[in-house]
Write a new protein. Sequence first.
Length: 158
Amino acid sequence: MTTEQINKLVSEGVVPGEGGQRELIETHISWVILGDEYVYKIKKPIQYSFLDFSSLELRKFYCERELELNKRLAANVYIAVVPIRESQQNISIGGNEGTLIDYAVKMHKLKVERRMDKLLGKKEAVTVDIKKLAERIATFHKAATAIYHKDLSAIREE
């Protein structure tokens, strides 16, 4: 997608389940469209030394990978990888009409007031909540399969 296409999608495009206001958040590698109920994350067509989203195929692959990896800890947030299509009439997320131009990761929108930084700021996150979160993360890491073993002392030599 181009910046022009993303702006058109946000301002007048077809976004399923979203009738209200849309907000676009831009990072150095993604465009994120916040709707009333859903969030759509679109990878920018870029290439850096540490990532390559330069082709449609690579963006689809990394959207699918993001979904697969992040569902492990947030299964109730991540929904699907959906196509983005452009026709003479509009740009739309999902559906079968038009030319395939990109992919997005579809997620449920979380309540801003339930973010940990907000809860901590209002002193609403209690010790038991923080302990549960830490235990969940620790359990996840303990169960994770090591991809490779490396002598950590060798890192300085490389």
